[in-house]
Design a protein around this ligand. Structure first.
Ligand SMILES: NC(=O)c1ccc[n+]([C@@H]2O[C@H](COP(=O)([O-])OP(=O)(O)OC[C@H]3O[C@@H](n4cnc5c(N)ncnc54)[C@H](OP(=O)(O)O)[C@@H]3O)[C@@H](O)[C@H]2O)c1
Length: 249
């Protein structure tokens, strides 16, 4: 089984890649700047029992999206799972949103998943890793969103709008690419703190989560594997993993 995980040089992407390797996937570990981190992810995948290789690219650039597609196509004829995880969580007061910031968010969170899925579609159509479906019946695309896609966080307009557009892209793919290729979204709540959140902010935010604690990257990784391998009728939905945060008033 073959999987491409974008933004897998650290944090949640790494947890997804390593969990997939543990379950028998060979993994293409995409990164942008985290070369050392990507090498560590590749090593951890090997340790977990899977083959892995690193592939670089700034996915806000269309030509880099094509290069990532080409690197995967050069290695594999089939792709069973594609995980759109790469992201930039960046605040910008509304008055200060410039064209560059807006386009960065839209190109990374919306255009890149579209271009990469499009480029790898023949491989996805020839893939398949879900129980109850024969290999070759079709692979899965998993989009990592954010509960902030429909509950905006003040100061993060471009991020929230782009993640909301990713949800629609996920649904469009689910409608147009099925039955061969399934498309599913996972929206994390708080599973890993942004480095710039201080202790007081962390305590305040964690206090709002009905489960009484933040989640973990492994919570996301386990659901990615479940969606890909064990949920053949799941298509066109977004699954929150947030300890109940999005359910509260
Ligand atoms: N952490 C949370 O609690 C949380 C909450 C809600 C949603 N999410 C979502 O879950 C996913 C993973 O979260 P995370 O916190 O692990 O993400 P993250 O650390 O913010 O970003 C993951 C990776 O995305 C890559 N990336 C950023 N800009 C890129 C670009 N222009 N081109 C290519 N790659 C780029 C970075 O790669 P390099 O390091 O190699 O540059 C980075 O390591 C994201 O989609 C995020 O929106 C996370």
């Amino acid at each position: 089984m073959h999987a491409l995980v974008t933004g897998a040089g650290q944090r949640v992407g790494r947890a997804i890649a390593v969990d997939l390797a543990r379950r028998g996937f060979d993994v293409a570990v995409h990164y942008r700047h985290s070369r050392t981190g990507a090498d560590q992810t590749v090593a951890a995948c090997h340790e977990a029992g899977g083959e892995a290789f690193a592939v670089a690219g700034d996915l806000s650039k269309a030509e880099d999206c094509r290069a990532v597609v080409d690197a995967v196509r050069a290695r594999w004829d089939t792709l069973d799972l594609l995980v759109h995880n790469a992201s930039t969580f960046e605040a910008r007061p509304f008055e200060e949103i410039g064209l560059e910031h807006w386009e960065q968010m839209m190109s990374l969170h919306v255009r890149a998943p579209m271009l990469i899925t499009q480029g790898l579609l023949p491989l996805l159509r020839a893939g398949g890793c879900t129980q109850g479906r024969a290999p070759g019946e079709g692979g899965v695309v998993v989009h990592i969103g954010d509960i902030g896609a429909d509950r905006p966080l003040a100061g993060y307009t471009a991020y929230s709008v782009s993640k909301a557009a990713l949800v629609m892209l996920m649904k469009c793919m689910a409608v147009e690419l099925a039955p061969a290729v399934r498309s599913v979204g996972i929206s994390p709540g708080q599973v890993m703190w942004p480095p710039d959140y201080d202790e007081a902010k962390r305590v305040r935010l964690a206090g709002r989560i009905p489960m009484g604690r933040v989640g973990s990257p492994e919570d996301i990784a386990k659901l990615v594997s479940f969606v890909a391998m064990e949920a053949p009728y799941l298509n066109g939905v977004i699954l929150p993993v947030d300890g109940g945060l999005s359910a509260r008033y």
